[in-house]
Design a protein around this ligand. Structure first.
Ligand code: TYM
Length: 335
């Protein structure tokens, strides 16, 4: 048996491209973790249907998401990359966990509150309410020790731990309690136009978001137009200079130079040079991913084959967990 600690994480195929927040807050860590950990990464297509969507777009975006993960450096020989809907145990375990979740507990989740407010309480689907329980199932099926995510997922991970604990208390030690793996420096990349809000597929304006698959000229333009502040100093100060702080964090994460060292380097220089350097660092990081994504998408059959292989590996683990869960919960064996 593989004795490395287990990792699982997921990403929604809700846009044509991942953005810089997804990349720095999650995907880059996934790539780094694939050797030291027994890693499972999935494109969570079932989560993507909790809000309005188009079937043709979902299919296209699921492939694009998988291609971007591989292009960013996930290697199917070293980790398991799969699509959530290919592993039916995710929905099966969700049902069991739903029966352990309180209505109040589910409706307190901030992502549900935000989205149901945006779409209107009555337009919000039951799927949106139970979304975090599906996420808990994603994690608990694989006995994940760590879950690399951005800070916006913290509340969902707390629910996951609560549900695992509740299950174990009621039915005996079965599920592993996962730990969030959140890199403080990149836990919340913010919107370039509204630097106190997180960069987000669903709420950022086009000028506020940097897409992994975006043209270099457009990336450069957006960074040069990023909101800073009226001062001239390049200094991290989240309260008074959220825009500059965000750019410093981005450049630090991409260049490997610490924020204090960057502050020293840009002392006495204007925002122009600094922004140009941020833009070049982003373009340099994204260009090879974009190129590889295009190549991977050019051979859909091969991409689909890799995903089927990943699903076979994931299903083996998930099926074992569900069998134990069902037994503990009192369901009859299937023979
Ligand atoms: P999603 O698809 O919105 O985002 C994928 C990952 O990107 C991180 N992220 C950010 N990190 C830093 N700064 C930002 N501005 C930023 N925006 C997004 C997210 O924290 C996430 O790690 N519910 C999850 C998907 C999910 C999942 C799971 C995650 C489903 N099942 C199981 C982990 C484990 C979501 O909506 O992520």
């Amino acid at each position: 048996m593989d004795r490395r600690p287990r990792v699982l994480s997921g990403i929604q195929p809700t846009a044509a491209s991942f953005h810089l927040g997804n990349y720095l807050g999650a995907v880059r860590q996934w790539v780094e973790m694939q050797d030291a950990y027994d890693a499972f990464y999935c494109v969570v297509d079932l989560h993507a249907i909790t809000v309005e969507y188009s079937p043709a777009e979902l299919r296209r975006r699921t492939r694009r998401a998988a291609a971007q993960l591989l292009a960013a450096g996930l290697d199917p020989e070293r980790c398991t990359v799969f699509v959530q809907s290919h592993v039916p145990q995710h929905t099966e375990l969700t049902w069991m966990l739903q029966c352990l979740t309180g209505m109040g507990e589910a409706s307190r989740m901030t992502q549900f509150k935000d989205k149901s407010q945006r779409y209107g309480e009555s337009a919000a689907s039951v799927g949106l309410l139970t979304y975090p329980i599906l996420q808990a199932a994603d994690i608990l099926l694989y006995h994940a020790d760590y879950v690399p995510v951005g800070v916006d997922q913290k509340q969902h991970l707390e629910l996951t731990r609560d549900l695992a604990q509740r299950f174990n208390h009621r039915f005996g030690e079965t599920l592993t309690l996962p730990n969030p793996y959140i890199m403080q420096a990149v836990q919340k990349i913010t919107d370039l136009q509204e630097p106190t809000a997180k960069m987000s597929k669903s709420s950022s304006s086009p000028g506020g978001i940097l897409d992994v698959l975006e043209e270099p000229s457009s990336l450069r333009k957006k960074i040069m137009r990023a909101v800073t502040d009226t001062g001239t100093e390049i200094k991290a100060d989240e309260e008074n200079k959220p825009g500059v702080t965000n750019l410093l964090q981005i450049l630090s994460a991409l260049s490997g130079t610490s924020v204090p060292d960057l502050e020293k380097r840009y002392e006495g220089q204007g925002y122009g040079t600094f922004k140009k350097d941020v833009a070049e660092a982003v373009v340099e990081a994204f260009a090879p991913i974009r190129e590889r994504t295009e190549k991977l998408l050019a051979d859909e059959a091969e991409l689909d084959r890799l995903l089927v292989e990943g699903a076979v590996r994931a299903r083996a683990v998930a099926a074992e967990t569900v069998a134990v869960v069902k037994d503990r919960m009192g369901f009859l064996p299937q023979g």
